[in-house]
Write a protein that binds this ligand. Structure first.
Ligand SMILES: C[S@@+](CC[C@H](N)C(=O)[O-])C[C@H]1O[C@@H](n2cnc3c(N)ncnc32)[C@H](O)[C@@H]1O
Length: 195
C-alpha cells in the first residue's frame, strides 16, 4: 500500500470505529503484543492530543486511574483526567507525581516534537523526549510497572537504548502495522525496573 492509501485506510478505519486518531490502532496493537491495559491500573498518557490512546485506555481499563497530558487541549473523555501543559516543565511533573503519589503502573508516551523539515533534528528531539520519559519513569513507576514510548530509529537511538538498559531489566522494540513502513517511528517497551 502506498503512503497515501495507507493514511487513508487508517483514517477511514478510525472514523468508522469512532476513534479520535489513527494512532489509536497503534496502542491496540501494542497492547495485543505486551498486554498492559488491565483493570484497576494507574496509567499516564503523555502527548495525548487528540486523545486516541486515552480513549482506548479508558475503554479497556475498568476501575483504574487515567491521567493524560498534552500542550494541546483534548476534548473531555469520561474516566480521564487531563492536564494542559508541557510535560518537560517541572510544574507538570509535580502535578503528575502528586496525582499518582509517585506510584504509576503504566506510562505511555506518544510525544513527538514539532516537525522542522530536518529529519535528523526531528529524530534527535523526539528521542530526547523519550529519554526524559525514561528518567521520569525511574522516579515514579511501580517496580513492576511498564513504560511504552515512541522512539525514532536514527540519531540518539543508542542513547535511548543505553538509558533504558541502565534502568530496566527487560527491553523490547515493536513497530505496529499501523505505523507507516517508511516512518522511522517504533515503540520501546520497558519493564522490570532495576533497583
Ligand atoms: C502523535 S501525537 C499523539 C497522538 C495520541 N497518542 C493519540 O492517540 O491521539 C503527539 C503529541 O505529543 C505532544 N507533545 C509533544 N511534546 C510535548 C510536551 N513536551 N509536552 C506535552 N505534549 C507534548 C504534541 O502536542 C502532540 O499532540
Amino acid at each position: 500500500m502506498d503512503s497515501r492509501s495507507f493514511q487513508d485506510h487508517f483514517f477511514k478505519k478510525a472514523k468508522i470505529s469512532g476513534y479520535r486518531s489513527r494512532s489509536a490502532f497503534k496502542l491496540i496493537e501494542l497492547d495485543k503484543k505486551f498486554k498492559f491495559l488491565k483493570n484497576g491500573i494507574k496509567l499516564l498518557d503523555v502527548g495525548s492530543f487528540p486523545g486516541g490512546w486515552s480513549q482506548i485506555a479508558s475503554k479497556k481499563i475498568k476501575k483504574g486511574k487515567i491521567l493524560s497530558i498534552d500542550k494541546k487541549r483534548i476534548q473531555e473523555l469520561e474516566g480521564v483526567k487531563f492536564i494542559l501543559g508541557d510535560f518537560l516543565e517541572k510544574k507538570s511533573k509535580e502535578k503528575i507525581t502528586e496525582h499518582f503519589n509517585s506510584n504509576i503502573d503504566v506510562i505511555l508516551s506518544d510525544m513527538a516534537s514539532n516537525t522542522t523539515g530536518n529529519k535528523n533534528l526531528d529524530c534527535i528531539r523526539t528521542n530526547q523526549l523519550c529519554i526524559d520519559i525514561l528518567n521520569f519513569s525511574k522516579e515514579t513507576l511501580n517496580k513492576k510497572g511498564t513504560v511504552i514510548s515512541k522512539v525514532f530509529m536514527g540519531e540518539d537511538f543508542d542513547e535511548v537504548k543505553f538509558t533504558a538498559k541502565k534502568y530496566f531489566k527487560n527491553i523490547d522494540f515493536f513497530k505496529p502495522n499501523s505505523s507507516r513502513d517508511e516512518s522511522r517511528e517504533i515503540y520501546i517497551h520497558c519493564s522490570g525496573l532495576s533497583t
